[in-house]
Structure formats: structure tokens, C-alpha cells
Design a protein around this ligand. Structure first.
Ligand code: GDP
Length: 462
């Protein structure tokens, strides 16, 4: 039977030939195992009695055979990642070396760790809460600087602190109401509901604010789904290539050759765009093109923002207007491409299809002009100019969003009961609900299945 706290081991670095590989061990047997397989060069150091938070240099041995020359780090619990005794073996990063050492550690009594099991132990042993554990995963997955910053902030406990503060306040009020109901002679609830209403308003405001950061948070962590549309030859592929800084999409002068969709991820100024270059949306009898057009429509539907690219060296045509009609109500940026060509462009008919906030930017994909303006407008449109300046926490995790949504509903119910003059024990039910929902974020009273599910998404060795 697997013991939840037996000694586990895993390769913590990427398994490929690299400079260094790390095998990590955690649990009560860690020090015994390293004592059996490690010979420090400094013979005065007995491998069975290595000191905590020291680094040792020596050989990993399988009996009399030297497996590799390594550095060994000792971190005795509770001052370690998992709060258990942790040993890290830094070996040469060859796949065969790392596996040989891992297998040796396992042969000496450790069990292979499940994905995320080290972090799961850090959580189960109370070193971090669930939102911090999730931040570890987001940090590893972070695609850009903003996502990294947000994950670190969550890892440091910024989200947990906010949640814990509201929960403490809620619990205090629940306890107050209950003691007053138990002991009405000594504790009066006169005027209390009005006072409570003020507090509930504050909880609603904070929860609501966290929830409203979710879209920004998603754009930061997952990237913005950006769909480029425009008729063939408008310069979509060229624009994509300019952004990517390399010639990865097909650039061609033959209309309609970008038949399928092409997705590329590009990070500029800390913002990740998941760019989808679509086939043009136009009437066509060509079966292959037809499929491309249908796919383009689907991509438009799923996009967070549409970039409409027009060739500004020629007047707009029916096909441009068909596309504009398709994206009329969407969040979009109009890019008037080929600004290097010296031609007059009349944008009056274009404006009839636009909303007031839709930016129009002149660019030249070919000569890399107007790209800075585009990025500036994009940031404005997606983050309302907020993103660079503040150190706000963004909610990036769908599980947290759901819990906040539920907590908000409970606080709103409590507020309504207060306004309707309902008896006090009515509020306590809703307040308790809100308290419990917020608790899910930090991992309180979370079902074991959910915990297992969350950690199974981690990589092995983390
Ligand atoms: P797509 O069909 O919309 O993907 O268009 P392409 O990117 O394949 O470009 C079509 C043609 O327009 C190519 O010959 C490009 O070199 C040219 N082109 C693209 N952008 C510009 C630009 O900014 N200025 C000029 N002069 N030509 C461009």
C-alpha cells in the first residue's frame, strides 16, 4: 500500500542531455538513503551524518562502482520545500546518468514520486496553501513576464492574505451573531444588522474586484486569442511575420494561398498574443477554400480580439465589407497596411462598420512601421491602460473564479436578507457559505479527489 508520507524520489530537471540533472528525494528515509549511496570527498564528513543546509561534493556509488561525481544538498525538515527531510543530488545531466541515480535511490527504498507530489506535501504539511501550490504550477507555465510576476505574487501569499482577511472578518461576525443569539441578555443585536450591512458591502466590493480581474488575468497567463482577418493579399502573413520576427508563415502574392488557419504565439512587451492567421472570408467555389473560410468564421467567434487588415493602397472592396460586417460587434483593431505606398485612402465607408472605440492604425508590415502604435492600442483596448502601472493581483485560475463567484452570491444573499429585515440566523447561513467558498481557494475543506486532481496536473519532480 502506498503510504502518503513514505519517501519519494523523482528527477526534478528536464529529462534531456543537459549540463546538470537533479534527483530530488523527500521523506524520513532521505538521509539514510544518501548515507548509503554517497561518498563525500572530504573523508572527515560521515555520509550518514550530513548536516542540514550544507552542500557536499563526492561520488554517488552503487556498491563499489562510481555512478557519477555529484553535489549533494541536505535540507532537513521542517526547513525544506516539503517540510520533510529533502536531499537533492546534482549530477551530470545525461539521461542515462540521471536515471541510473534515480533507480539507485529507488532501489534503496524510495518510491517514484507522483506528478506534483513534492508540492502536494508542502501543501499537506502546511507550508503553503492550495492557491500558493497552484501558483507554483502557474509560475512554471508562465509564458511572459507579467504572468511570472503575477504567479510569484500569488506564491508569496498575496491572494491568500486577501482571502484570509475576509474570512477572519466573516467568521468573527458569525461568532458574534451566534453568541448574541445564545445570550440575548448580555449581547444586544440592536442596530447590528446596519453595521453588518456595511461590512458585507465591503466583502462584496473586494470579491467583485477580484472577479473583475479574471479576464485580464486570463489574457496575461494564457495569452490573448488574436484573429487576423482581411482579404487575400492585404498583408496578413507579412504582418504576422513582422510580429514573429521571422519568416514562418507563407508570404505570397497569389491570392488565397493561406488556405488554412495558422497559429503562432508571440510575446511583445510582456503581452502574449496567440495569433491566428485565417483564410480570407470570401465567396468561393473552391472546396478547400470553403473549409478555410468556415474555419475562419469559427476562429473569429472564439477570438478575444480581431485584427482587421486592409490594403490601404487600393480602395476597399466588397470582400472587405463582408468581413467588416462579420466582425461588426467584436472587439477589434483596424490596421491599414501598406502605408509605405503613397496612395490616398478614403476611410469614410469603413467607419460605418466601426464602433467608437475601435482604433484605426496605419502600418507597413513590409517595413515594420506602426507596430509600436499597434501594441499601444492593443494594451489600451485589452487592459484599459491599467496593466503596466499597478501591482494588482490578477485572478488567473478558473477554480478560484468559481469560488469567488459563489462567495459573492452568498454575500449578496446575506445583504438582501439584512435589507429585508430577516432574522439574524438567516444571515449566518449565507455568511457561512461565503466563508466556506472562499476557503476552497486556500484549500480548506477541499475534497481529497480535487486535491489529487489539481496536483496530477503538475510535472513530475515538482
Ligand atoms: P495575405 O494574403 O493577407 O497573407 O498577404 P501577404 O502577407 O501574403 O502579402 C501580400 C503581398 O503584399 C506580398 O507581396 C507582400 O510582400 C505585400 N505586402 C504586405 N505588406 C506590405 C506592406 O506593408 N507594404 C507593401 N508595399 N507591400 C506589402
Amino acid at each position: 500500500m502506498i503510504n502518503e508520507f513514505d519517501t519519494i524520489a523523482a528527477i526534478a530537471t528536464a529529462v534531456s542531455n543537459a549540463g546538470i540533472g537533479i534527483v530530488r528525494i523527500s521523506g524520513d528515509d532521505s538521509l539514510r538513503i544518501i548515507g548509503e549511496i554517497f561518498e563525500p570527498y572530504n573523508k572527515k564528513k560521515d555520509a550518514k551524518n550530513l548536516e542540514s543546509h550544507r552542500i557536499y561534493y563526492g561520488n554517488i556509488m552503487d556498491g563499489r562502482e562510481v555512478i557519477d561525481e555529484c553535489i549533494v544538498l541536505i535540507m532537513k525538515g521542517p526547513h525544506s520545500y516539503t517540510k520533510e527531510d529533502v536531499v537533492e543530488i546534482d549530477c551530470h545531466g545525461g539521461v542515462s546518468v540521471i536515471y541510473r541515480i534515480l533507480n539507485l535511490v529507488i532501489a534503496h527504498g524510495a518510491r517514484p514520486a507522483d506528478p506534483g507530489e513534492f508540492t502536494k506535501r508542502a501543501f499537506l504539511n502546511g507550508r503553503i496553501d492550495l492557491s500558493q501550490a497552484e501558483a507554483v504550477m502557474e509560475l512554471i507555465d508562465s509564458k511572459n513576464e507579467l504572468a511570472r510576476r503575477n504567479s510569484v505574487s500569488q506564491l508569496k501569499g498575496n491572494l491568500s492574505d486577501k482571502i484570509k482577511k475576509i474570512r477572519e472578518e466573516v467568521l468573527y461576525q458569525i461568532a458574534y451573531i451566534e453568541s448574541a443569539l445564545d445570550d440575548p441578555e448580555h449581547i444586544s443585536l440592536d442596530g447590528y444588522p446596519q453595521q453588518l450591512a456595511g461590512l458585507v458591502d465591503n466583502w462584496i466590493e473586494i470579491t467583485d474586484k477580484m472577479l473583475s480581474s479574471y479576464d485580464d488575468g486570463r489574457y496575461i497567463s494564457e495569452g490573448i486569442r488574436t484573429c487576423i482577418v482581411g482579404k487575400p493579399n492585404a498583408g496578413k502573413s507579412s504582418f504576422l511575420n513582422t510580429l514573429l520576427g521571422e519568416e514562418r508563415a507563407i508570404v505570397t502574392e497569389v491570392a488565397g494561398t493561406t488556405r488554412d488557419t495558422l497559429e503562432e504565439s508571440v510575446t511583445i512587451d510582456g503581452i502574449t498574443l496567440n495569433m491566428i492567421d485565417t483564410a480570407g472570408i470570401h465567396d468561393t467555389e473552391d472546396q478547400v477554400e470553403k473549409i478555410g473560410v468556415q474555419k475562419a468564421k469559427k476562429e473569429i467567434e472564439n477570438a478575444d480580439i480581431i485584427l482587421f487588415l486592409a490594403d490601404s493602397s487600393i480602395p476597399l472592396e466588397k470582400e472587405d465589407f463582408d468581413i467588416l460586417e462579420e466582425i461588426r460587434d467584436r472587439k477589434k483593431i483596424i490596421l491599414l497596411n501598406k502605408s509605405d505606398k503613397d496612395t490616398e485612402f478614403d476611410d469614410t465607408p469603413l467607419r460605418e462598420y466601426l464602433n467608437e472605440e475601435d482604433p484605426i492604425i496605419s502600418i507597413s508590415a513590409k517595413y515594420n512601421e506602426g507596430i509600436d502604435d499597434f501594441i499601444k492600442e492593443l494594451k489600451n483596448l485589452m487592459f484599459h491602460g491599467r496593466i503596466d502601472t499597478n501591482n494588482e493581483m490578477y485572478i488567473t485560475n478558473a477554480r478560484h473564479k468559481k469560488a469567488l463567484d459563489d462567495a459573492l452570491t452568498s454575500f449578496q444573499c446575506a445583504k438582501r436578507s439584512i435589507e429585508d429585515g430577516m432574522p439574524e440566523d438567516f444571515f449566518t447561513i449565507d455568511l457561512m457559505n461565503g466563508y466556506e467558498k472562499l476557503g476552497l481557494i486556500v484549500g480548506e475543506s477541499v475534497e481529497e479527489d480535487l486535491i489529487n486532481e489539481i496536483f496530477s496536473r503538475f510535472c513530475t519532480g515538482k
